[in-house]
Design a protein. Structure first.
Length: 190
């Protein structure tokens, strides 16, 4: 008597392997998507975005009226909020992401990419504070100051995580400490 195909072992073994492969692929994507996306961003988009932010800062130094117009036209405040959300997400998931990058051997690339994201955010925040300084002609908007201080607090917590890295990453620690120091000076630069 012949058994139906779905009751045979040769049916269940490939199905089990296929299900295990699907689960493995989804878990790999879940854990590696964010850090690999950051490394990809650093490699292909960082220079363009950083140069754009520097050009806007130069515009602030040379022509304040044009700076205001460009800031509003390009909706740079919204771009800053999006980058802030991304950076905070990277900082909150740093431990887990860094461990997976160590396993893959991409730990240094991940630290450099995260540092570059931090530097870009600092420059964008400086442009944002400059705009609100010009818009109010005296002091920045209270919401922006509170936002800046909240991000500085999050960055302080993140720096404690960076300090816990092994001595192998001392150069990365120094890069983040310099960024943190310039970020703290930024607010008092007015």
């Amino acid at each position: 008597m012949n058994k139906p195909f779905y009751k045979l072992k040769r049916f269940y073994i490939p199905c089990g392997v296929l299900i295990a492969l699907i689960i493995f692929t989804s878990l790999t994507y879940h854990f590696l998507q964010r850090p690999l996306e950051l490394i990809f961003w650093d490699r292909y988009y960082h220079e363009k975005e950083y140069q754009n932010a520097k050009d806007i800062y130069k515009l602030f130094k040379s022509n304040e009226e044009e700076f205001k117009k460009v800031f509003v036209e390009q909706n740079l405040n919204q771009e800053l909020k999006l980058n802030q959300k991304e950076l905070l997400n990277y900082m909150h998931n740093f431990k887990k992401d860094f461990k997976f990058m160590q396993i893959l051997g991409l730990d240094n690339a991940y630290l450099v990419a995260l540092k570059n994201k931090d530097v870009l955010f600092g420059l964008q925040m400086q442009n944002n504070l400059n705009y609100f300084y010009l818009a109010s002609n005296s002091t920045t908007n209270l919401k922006e100051i509170n936002n800046y201080l909240n991000v500085a607090d999050e960055l302080l917590v993140f720096m404690s995580e960076i300090e816990k890295l092994p001595s192998k990453y001392n150069l990365g620690k120094i890069m983040f400490e310099i960024n943190f120091m310039t970020y703290n000076i930024l607010f008092f630069g007015f």
